[in-house]
Design a protein around this ligand. Structure first.
Ligand SMILES: Nc1nc2c(ncn2[C@@H]2O[C@H](COP(=O)(O)OP(=O)(O)OP(=O)(O)O)[C@@H](O)[C@H]2O)c(=O)[nH]1
Ligand SMILES: [Mg+2]
Length: 315
């Protein structure tokens, strides 16, 4: 991944993001420029609007500096022109670094006898189990055979919760008793996948504090045990709750530091005015947001498309 953009780095993509969400996040930013002339107040208001949408203070001021410099250098007077510069700033933040299509491809099984294994990780309540179910549906819709591993053996109701999703989707769920070793669930689920000709193995894990070393080690153990079954290295998807804003970034930092991950799903973007956190995730971690969660229902998951995102933000 490169870091050529001074405010941060990454990516390019596919498919679409809800226009209405984009409007809500940046509506303040866009409305700032309506019927106004360029003056110092506008710059202050713009910085404030960016920060309120959770772009992050340092990114907001970095973006603002660049926009200001370019506007002054080209003697711009029209607010609409400044909006154009801001748009290209956001686009360049999102538009390079990770090979997005390769990433999406890597989340698809490579062959009949080599199931892909995906671990869903994150702190408590961010939406791991719900996201797993939503992704299971996506895989089913594209013709794959999915099996679920209930490796959250910690929370009492976790197995029942994932079994209910499994029943709704008509999927096998491999579960052990509460308190048992989650790595054993991972192992058994992969073996079951091989025996039952499933090509996608989705593993639900327990929510864990991002600073708990033992629990982070447990995640690493799950990966190691999976590798012993002979399948390719499992993919790890970090689930972050957008409504926790910059706090979510702190969590991401810790997870990436101790377990690493292959991509991020940002949940609960519905009802959140903090979509700017997407820019922080890209900029700080050069880690792509692959999907966004836009509600509690099974269909409320969208592939994140950076190009469409920029269009929607400023349309
Ligand atoms: N509005 C909204 N709610 C969501 C979204 N994703 C998940 N939720 C809700 O968030 C709550 C927690 O979701 P879970 O999937 O149980 O979260 P979890 O990370 O598995 O939680 P633990 O297993 O307890 O750590 C549930 O009420 C979900 O319906 C989303 O994209 N939007
Ligand atoms: Mg869960």
């Amino acid at each position: 991944m490169n870091k050529e953009h001074e405010c941060g780095g990454t990516n390019n993509g596919t498919e679409s993001l809800s226009r209405s969400l984009g409007h809500r996040w940046f509506s303040k930013v866009s409305s700032l420029f309506k019927g106004k002339t360029l003056n110092d107040d506008i710059w202050d208001e713009l910085e404030e609007a960016l920060i309120l949408s959770d772009v992050g203070v340092s990114i907001a001021s970095c973006m603002l500096d660049k926009v200001k410099t370019e506007a002054q250098a080209t003697s711009m007077h029209q607010p609409s022109e400044v909006l154009g510069i801001l748009k290209s700033q956001v686009r360049s933040l999102l538009a390079h670094g990770v090979d997005y299509s390769a990433l999406i491809k890597s989340l698809h099984p490579s062959g009949a006898n080599n199931p892909i294994v995906i671990l869903f990780v994150g702190v408590n309540g961010v939406g791991k189990t719900t996201t797993l179910a939503k992704m299971a549906r996506m895989y089913i819709d594209s013709g794959h055979n999915v099996i679920i591993g209930a490796a959250d053996t910690f929370r009492a109701a976790a197995v029942d919760q994932i079994k209910i999703w499994g029943e709704g989707l008509k999927l096998d769920v491999i579960a052990h008793s509460q308190g048992s070793d989650p790595s054993a669930v991972v192992f058994d689920t992969i073996e079951a996948a091989k025996a039952r000709k499933k090509d996608v193995v989705l593993i639900d894990t327990a929510g864990r504090m991002h600073n708990s070393i033992n629990l982070m080690d447990e995640l690493n153990k799950m990966s190691r045990v999976a590798a012993k079954t002979g399948v390719e290295k499992p993919k790890t998807i970090l689930v972050l709750d957008a409504s926790t804003g910059q706090n979510g970034l702190q969590q991401a930092r810790s997870f990436l530091g101790s377990t690493g991950c292959d991509g991020i799903v940002l949940t609960k973007l519905d009802g959140s005015s903090r979509g700017g956190v997407i820019l922080s995730v890209y900029t700080e971690f050069q880690m792509p947001v692959i999907y966004i969660g836009t509600g509690e229902k099974i269909q409320d998951l969208q592939l994140f498309d950076p190009n469409q995102f920029v269009e929607d933000l400023f349309s």
